[in-house]
Design a protein around this ligand. Structure first.
Ligand code: DC
Length: 232
């Protein structure tokens, strides 16, 4: 049995099931899971609460000036065993997943000073390895030397359907068209921004999960992870 810990970087478009697979992997390997999207979502929520952003205005400098006041950390909920997001000590796990935060987050995530702050924190979290991190730039920027890099993708329609069901289950009143528009719009902003655009790292393994069940996908990825751990 090989006890050497590795870093697993999972990137891809929104709603491709990155976090589901990352959580399963972390649990099965005894690794830490970090949802970096939750960190960008928390900054977006902070900006919304300070009225720095709405649909037709964004005070980017205003946000840059108060980044110092933002503290994000994760805490395990003892009832579920899952990590939840704390923004300046307040549990915002539910609020950051709403469609209204999703509508603003890509603009906030395109700000270099926001990225610099969060990337530094993410690199610190992974310094002892034994971590599964998901996001958009993990294999390209945060951990370019990660031992295993995955790039997940699926059609926009499949992803919007998945996200729509999730939001309905959480009791949000949303329309499928609005969710699809948000998925397509975020893909566009995330892939075309200047700083750390979403792209597949050259050495990442691409997984299209449009036609895979969660179980099939997890088995495939766990096998890859175990093989990589053996090699290291
Ligand atoms: O993974 P998610 O949908 O919760 O991420 C929310 C947004 O945050 C996504 O639209 C892009 C941004 N993001 C990013 O730019 N870099 C990351 N490492 C993670 C998320």
């Amino acid at each position: 049995m090989n006890n050497k810990k590795i870093i697993i970087a999972i990137d891809g478009h929104s709603s491709t099931g990155k976090s589901t697979v990352a959580k399963q992997l972390a649990k099965s390997l005894g690794y830490i899971y970090v949802d970096t999207g939750a960190m960008y979502r928390s900054v977006a929520l902070f900006a919304m609460r300070k009225s720095l952003i709405d649909l037709d205005h964004f005070d980017k400098e205003g946000l840059e000036n108060i980044l110092i006041d933002i503290n994000i950390r994760f805490e395990v909920n003892p009832e579920t065993g899952l990590a939840e997001t704390l923004l300046n000590g307040e549990n915002v796990e539910r609020e950051i997943r709403t469609l209204s935060v999703s509508k603003h987050v890509s603009k906030v995530a395109a700000v270099s000073k926001v990225r610099k702050k969060l990337v530094e924190q993410q690199q610190q979290m992974g310094k002892d390895k034994g971590i599964v991190m998901d996001g958009r730039d993990i294999g390209t920027v945060v951990f370019p030397d990660a031992e295993l890099k995955l790039f997940m993708t699926a059609t926009a329609k499949d992803r919007a359907e998945r996200r729509y069901k999730e939001l309905l289950e959480r009791g949000e009143e949303v329309s499928y068209e609005d969710v699809l528009k948000n998925v397509v719009n975020r893909d566009h902003i995330d892939s075309t921004r200047k700083d750390s655009p979403l792209r597949k790292a050259e050495d990442a393994i691409q997984i299209d999960n449009s036609n895979l069940t969660l179980d099939e996908q997890f088995k495939q990825i766990l096998q890859l992870a175990n093989k990589t751990i053996e090699k290291n």
